[in-house]
Design a binder for this molecule. Structure first.
Ligand SMILES: *[C@@H]1O[C@H](CO)[C@@H](O)[C@H](O)[C@H]1NC(C)=O
Ligand SMILES: *[C@@H]1O[C@H](CO)[C@@H](O)[C@H](O)[C@H]1NC(C)=O
Ligand SMILES: *[C@@H]1O[C@H](CO)[C@@H](O)[C@H](O)[C@H]1NC(C)=O
Ligand SMILES: *[C@@H]1O[C@H](CO)[C@@H](O)[C@H](O)[C@H]1NC(C)=O
Ligand SMILES: *[C@@H]1O[C@H](CO)[C@@H](O)[C@H](O)[C@H]1NC(C)=O
Ligand SMILES: *[C@@H]1O[C@H](CO)[C@@H](O)[C@H](O)[C@H]1NC(C)=O
Ligand SMILES: *[C@@H]1O[C@H](CO)[C@@H](O)[C@H](O)[C@H]1NC(C)=O
Ligand SMILES: *[C@@H]1O[C@H](CO)[C@@H](O)[C@H](O)[C@H]1NC(C)=O
Ligand SMILES: *[C@@H]1O[C@H](CO)[C@@H](O)[C@H](O)[C@H]1NC(C)=O
Ligand SMILES: *[C@@H]1O[C@H](CO)[C@@H](O)[C@H](O)[C@H]1NC(C)=O
Ligand SMILES: *[C@@H]1O[C@H](CO)[C@@H](O)[C@H](O)[C@H]1NC(C)=O
Ligand SMILES: *[C@@H]1O[C@H](CO)[C@@H](O)[C@H](O)[C@H]1NC(C)=O
Length: 839
């Protein structure tokens, strides 16, 4: 009887589906989820409680939001394995970066309530289905970074509500359909890096609300349509890397809101319109066919920060008015036909960091005022007709990383002041007419190109022997003919040794050295100018009296000592008792070996050391502010450390690590990066110290060693593997970076940030509350960048962490403006960065 009753209920349900529509819809959803095998092993019945799924009151799914942080599956999910017909109430479908494969099926067209479809950074192939044009409520359609092919369906023009259309980084071919001009609400159109051909349709000019247009990296041809001049709200226009021809139209000059204009690598011709581009910050027209002179009204582009006009056929003089572009940081005019002199008005460009005027016909001497541009990092005047001599003022260029004056007519001596440049500056003075002595302090430079000048054989051999570049005569001869000097790191030692034996005031110490050597010990104490003596150190610290001790670490104590010359140094001394411990002894020797071979402007300098049974210490550069940890834990000092200072500290650490990972002969791992190992000078610049645990990564031997490092900074994989790679340093760098920005160790945040509640957290809420929120746009962008980088460095899978090369590269790329107010940016958005930056 009872079973008959339930059967009749079932029959009612089947006959009258409308009566309990929602419950059957819910069943269909459950069935579709089960059949997809996306979540095999999970209890599908409880799906509405998962943080990746949102249901409405009837239990029907409205949102699905998955990213690699929530979803890991042994076999990559197939997009079409889900029966999309079963989700009529879905509003929001976000499936980015989860290794989704397969195709976008026609049944996606059943999701008629969908407003956001984001399936970027996956491995989808096939064509965009025509049915996608049924999704008329779509506001956001992002299928970028997949392997989609075929053409862009012209029916996309039906999606009248679209604000964002992102199809970049696929294999789409054919032309841009003119129907896209019907997307009257569109703010952002991104078609970059496909294989699109044909002309840019003039209907694009109907997209009144367009703010950014990216079609870079295609094979588009023909002229830039006149109608683009109507897009009054456009701020970013990127047409680079195409095959566009014709003139750069005057109509572009009407785009008064334009900030970024990139026309690089096309076949465009002059004239370049100045028009009314008052807001233009970034202009790249390099690698085109521009001719004619740079007009003096260029100076009316008063917001310009970056100007790239290299590789054209521009002629005439560089106008004096260029000095009015006060915000300029990058000026690239290389590979043109410019003549005349380097204008002295460049002096007014006080923010200039990159100046490349190479491969032109410039004459005259280098204006003295150029040496006042202290922020300059790259100065390239190579392959011109520049004459005159080098002025000692050249030492003002403290930020240089590359100076190339090769292939000019510069004569006279090299001023010795140039030896004050940082060790890692690339100096190329080859193919000039330089003569006289080669300043001996240039030995410190590791990239020094002086070949094809007029140095005498004597000058060359003196320099070589002084630098320890050994005096066999064949070597000297060849050096004279082609003196590509690449000084090996160890030459530092050689110079110090020379100073040791020459300097009379050290002669006494030599005796005591011999005395000690007789006792069977190695005793040496070396110094940058040969003037630190062992006795001076004992005297200055009253034989290591506790009152001079400024800190104690795991391996020893640090003392501050003022030498008779007034110079202050730090002494790192191994505890007496511990010095008997063989492993610690090894630690100390490692430190010595490493420090002496590493020299970089963000790494603590070693002046000398003493290795002896009863005295084991290093003589290091003294850092006035102590460690990053100390400064962050002091309320007063932390307040002084502004956002830009903090970002600089992070960049400094990154530079030091980059140098150790990529720039040394063999990779050097630090293995113990933490806030107590980052020291700060009075300018709050960062210096990495304590290389004791590092060792040269020998590619032949396994990298399995005992666990070293500081708890809270050690990469998680070291819990189950002892294999140490660069990626462990990268992880620790991520922790220190967050710590610098948050003002405290990010312990809890790290253990929970991949959880969805934390992702909803706003960025502003994790920042060090002792500082006001970044108020300058640059600070905001920088903070955003470093936090984003830090998060990627903290990826649990070491393979997914960036390399230090990637990190340093990110710092160099200028970022487009933010789309959101800084205070509204969430951690979730940082992980999905495109939505914050305009690209
Ligand atoms: C699955 O979840 C449902 C609803 O939350 C619950 O009632 C059921 O007991 C769960 N089943 C298992 C096997 O855990
Ligand atoms: C997909 O779902 C719809 C609606 O729920 C259903 O009618 C259809 O049979 C399902 N298709 C498959 C192949 O399961
Ligand atoms: C879409 O949403 C509306 C209400 O927002 C709802 O009435 C409707 O059933 C949903 N589904 C379809 C297929 O339109
Ligand atoms: C669901 O998606 C809609 C539309 O994108 C969005 O407004 C809403 O915030 C989402 N809800 C949740 C809880 O994620
Ligand atoms: C993605 O899937 C491919 C196999 O198709 C696999 O080799 C790869 O490791 C997966 N990547 C991730 C990040 O899961
Ligand atoms: C993408 O799919 C292709 C073919 O299925 C596969 O060879 C490749 O490894 C996949 N790539 C990723 C990143 O998953
Ligand atoms: C869409 O654009 C095409 C070509 O630009 C035009 O012919 C058509 O009338 C437009 N359709 C609508 C509905 O506006
Ligand atoms: C352009 O931007 C302004 C201000 O942001 C806005 O008011 C306007 O509606 C936008 N569209 C057009 C066509 O000007
Ligand atoms: C670019 O255009 C030129 C002439 O218009 C043509 O010869 C060339 O093949 C084109 N290149 C590409 C990559 O389309
Ligand atoms: C744009 O610029 C051109 C040429 O300078 C000019 O003729 C035109 O009136 C301007 N305005 C619009 C809306 O195109
Ligand atoms: C334009 O696109 C090129 C190539 O993708 C890219 O390198 C450049 O940074 C972009 N420029 C702007 C201003 O977005
Ligand atoms: C200096 O410039 C010349 C010519 O532009 C170039 O060949 C050379 O490689 C550059 N030197 C360095 C060190 O980059």
């Amino acid at each position: 009887m009872a079973s008959a009753f339930s059967t009749s209920v079932l029959i009612v349900l089947v006959i009258l589906p409308g009566a309990s529509n929602s419950s059957s819809a819910v069943d269909e959803e459950e069935k579709a989820l089960l059949q997809s095998h996306w979540w095999s092993g999970k209890n599908i019945s409880s799906r509405c409680e998962w943080h990746v799924i949102v249901c409405n009151d009837a239990g029907s799914i409205t949102n699905i939001s998955l990213s690699s942080f929530h979803y890991q599956s042994s076999s990559p999910p197939q997009f079409q394995a889900m029966n999309w017909t079963a989700f009529p109430n879905l509003v929001n479908l976000y499936l980015s970066q989860i290794n989704l494969s397969g195709i976008i099926p026609e049944n996606i067209g059943a999701l008629t309530n969908l407003t956001r479809l984001e399936i970027s950074k996956n491995n989808l192939t096939g064509q965009l289905p025509r049915s996608i044009s049924n999704l008329i409520h779509l506001v956001m359609l992002d299928v970028s970074h997949n392997g989609l092919s075929g053409s862009i369906p012209s029916s996309l023009g039906n999606l009248k509500n679209l604000l964002n259309l992102e199809l970049s980084l696929n294999k789409l071919s054919g032309s841009i359909p003119s129907t896209l001009g019907n997307l009257s609400s569109l703010n952002n159109l991104q078609l970059s890096y496909n294989s699109l051909t044909g002309e840019i349709p003039k209907e694009i000019g109907q997209l009144n609300n367009l703010v950014s247009l990216y079609v870079d990296g295609n094979m588009l041809s023909g002229p830039i349509p006149l109608e683009i001049g109507k897009l009054k709200n456009l701020t970013v226009l990127n047409l680079s890397y195409n095959n566009l021809t014709g003139l750069v139209l005057p109509t572009l000059g009407n785009l008064t809101n334009l900030k970024h204009l990139d026309l690089k690598r096309n076949h465009l011709q002059a004239p370049f319109p100045i028009g009314n581009l008052k807001n233009l910050e970034y202009l790249d027209v390099s690698y085109n066919k521009l001719t004619g002179p740079i007009l003096s009204n260029f100076a009316s582009l008063s917001s310009l920060i970056s100007l790239f006009l290299s590789y054209n056929q521009i002629n005439g003089f560089i106008p004096q008015e260029i000095g009015n572009l006060k915000c300029l940081t990058d000026l690239y005019l290389s590979n043109n036909n410019l003549k005349g002199t380097v204008p002295s008005t460049l002096q007014k460009l006080t923010n200039l960091e990159y100046l490349d005027l190479s491969v032109n016909n410039l004459q005259g001497s280098i204006p003295l005022s150029l040496y006042d541009l202290t922020p300059l990092r790259i100065l390239d005047l190579s392959l011109n007709q520049i004459s005159g001599t080098l002025n000692p003022k050249i030492e003002n260029l403290k930020c240089l990383s590359n100076i190339n004056l090769s292939n000019n007519k510069i004569f006279g001596r090299i001023p010795s002041e140039i030896g004050n440049f940082s060790w890692s500056v690339r100096i190329d003075f080859s193919h000039n007419m330089l003569s006289g002595e080669i300043p001996s302090n240039l030995c410190n430079q590791s990239y020094l190109y002086l070949s094809y000048n007029k140095f005498s054989e004597k000058a060359v051999s003196e320099f070589n022997s002084f630098c320890g570049l050994n005096g066999s005569s064949s070597r000297t001869n060849s050096a004279k003919r082609s003196m590509e000097i690449f000084i090996p790191i160890t030459s530092f030692f050689v110079i110090l040794m020379a100073a040791w034996f020459v300097s009379p005031c050290v002669a006494k110490k030599k005796e005591s050295e011999e005395r000690r050597v007789k006792k069977g010990d190695v005793f040496s104490i070396w110094n940058y100018d040969g003037k630190i003596a062992y006795e001076d150190i004992i005297e200055a610290t009253e034989d290591f009296d506790i009152k001079y001790c400024i800190g104690t670490g795991a391996y020893g104590s640090v003392y501050r000592a003022q030498l008779p010359s007034g110079k202050i140094i730090a002494l790192k001394r191994l505890h007496q008792l511990e010095s008997l411990e063989p492993s610690l002894d090894r630690h100390f020797q490692n430190e010595v070996k490493m420090l002496t071979s590493v020299r970089h402007r963000n790494i603590v300098k070693l002046y000398g050391f003493c290795l002896h049974n009863s005295c084991k210490f290093l003589v290091c550069e003294y850092m006035e502010k102590g460690s990053l940890l100390q400064v962050l834990s002091n309320a007063e000092e932390a307040k002084e450390m502004s956002w830009s200072k903090r970002v600089n500290i992070i960049k400094g650490i990154a530079n030091a690590l980059f140098y150790m990972h990529h720039d040394c002969a063999s990779t050097i791992l630090h293995r113990d990066i933490s806030s107590s190992n980052i020291l700060l000078n009075s300018e709050l610049e960062a210096f990495v110290s304590d290389f004791g645990t590092a060792r040269i990564l020998d590619t032949n031997s396994s990298n399995q060693t005992l666990l070293v490092g500081t708890i809270g900074y050690v990469a998680p994989e070291l819990a189950y593997t002892l294999s140490v790679t660069e990626k462990c340093d990268i992880y620790s760098f991520g922790v220190v970076t967050l710590e610098t920005i948050m003002g405290r160790h990010p312990g809890e945040f790290i253990s929970s940030w991949q959880n969805s509640c934390v992702q909803n957290l706003l960025l502003k809420d994790i920042l060090d509350s002792r500082l006001p929120l970044p108020s300058f746009r640059k600070d905001a962008k920088d903070v955003l960048l470093v936090v984003t980088l830090a998060l990627s460095c903290l990826h649990t899978d070491p393979r997914c962490r960036p390399s230090m090369k990637d990190v340093v590269k990110e710092f160099l790329v200028s970022k487009p403006p933010l789309m959101l107010p800084f205070k509204d940016i969430s951690i979730q958005q940082l992980m999905n960065q495109e939505s914050i930056f305009q690209k």
